[in-house]
Design a protein around this ligand. Structure first.
Ligand SMILES: [Fe+2]
Length: 318
């Protein structure tokens, strides 16, 4: 009888524990028990980090924020960085299921279609890419043949949408501010924050692109920092502040304590002031013109009326 009670107590305890594990945090299905294997690949030219994220219980993986190499002065593209990712995925015998863009980048071109052509997988981005397409469709005078409905992508994520990478459930968290389409992708105990945050000594990304907003960025950062303290955070960029070596991984606890823009309890107002003043001093990213044209097309280069791959330079529009 006592044994039965003991067993019942254990069952009740286990039920409570699994409820605890599955309990949504801030309304999202956080599951810190899943620990994906994460490999980062730094692109020196654009200070971007691309990731391969692998399910520890299967051979499934995802790629996050890939990079196409461009010599803009020469109008020449190559795929050395993407080829490195592809070689690594093949070498490990992985199945690529997703090619995720955290947002439409303004500083590098995505290699998503190139990787998809070689390895398969679905290309996904936040549904507000439609807003970005609308805004830049006008700036680049794209005409009616350029669809502004996100149909260039295989999947458009809404806030809280879940998807599977092998046996891992991932979810997208809408974190606008840097751009309207920014999503943080949370996969088990690893969150890919895009340009919502930089490493603690880097602070945060600019919020002055069309559709950007410093207040919104602050709110999104707070959303990321409401994730569990032990959540691993992976950056999209690292500019090696102070000349230190490159770093791309930190935690929620570290950012809360030490981030130079939001850490140590800086208020929303203080952040907006700091962010806005800093943004006024920044010049346009070197590759914004080619990046935007390619990235609003899910990484495809636009073509002229004769079918040649061709980029435009709008004058005095940015
Ligand atoms: Fe960005």
């Amino acid at each position: 009888m006592n044994e039965m009670n003991q067993q019942q107590r254990m069952d009740a305890h286990n039920a409570r524990m699994s409820e605890e594990i599955a309990r949504p945090i801030a309304g999202y299905p956080v599951n810190m028990q899943v620990r994906p294997e994460v490999e980062g690949f730094y692109d020196e030219a654009t200070a971007t980090i691309s990731y391969i994220v692998k399910d520890p219980t299967s051979n499934a993986c995802a790629v996050i924020d890939s990079v196409m190499d461009i010599d803009y002065a020469a109008g020449r593209i190559t795929f050395d960085h993407a080829d490195m990712l592809i070689a690594r995925i093949r070498e490990r015998g992985l199945e690529l299921q997703w090619i995720i863009e955290t947002h439409a980048h303004a500083d590098h071109l995505s290699a998503a279609p190139y990787i998809q052509q070689k390895l398969g997988g679905k290309i996904g981005i936040g549904e507000n890419i439609r807003i970005v397409q609308e805004v830049f469709g006008k700036i680049f005078n794209e005409g009616t043949e350029f669809q502004r409905d996100g149909s260039q992508f295989d999947a458009l994520f809404k806030d809280g949408d879940t998807y599977m990478i092998g046996n891992m459930q991932a979810f997208a968290m809408h974190t606008p501010g840097h751009t309207p389409a920014c999503m943080t992708h949370v996969i088990g105990d690893a969150a890919f924050v895009g340009d919502t945050l930089f490493m603690p000594d880097g602070g945060s990304a600019r919020a002055d692109f069309p559709g950007g907003d410093a207040g919104m960025l602050y709110d999104s950062i707070m959303k990321v920092l409401s994730l569990p303290d032990e959540m691993r955070l992976f950056m999209c960029h690292d500019y090696k502040p102070g000349g230190r070596e490159v770093k791309w991984e930190t935690t929620v606890a570290e950012e809360k304590a030490h981030n130079i823009h939001v850490g140590g309890g800086r208020t929303r107002e203080e952040f907006i002031k700091l962010r806005t003043e800093r943004d006024k001093t920044l010049s346009m990213p070197t590759l914004i013109i080619p990046s935007i044209q390619v990235n609003i097309r899910a990484g495809r280069i636009p073509r002229d009326k004769d079918g040649n791959e061709m980029l435009k330079v709008p004058i005095n529009k940015l």
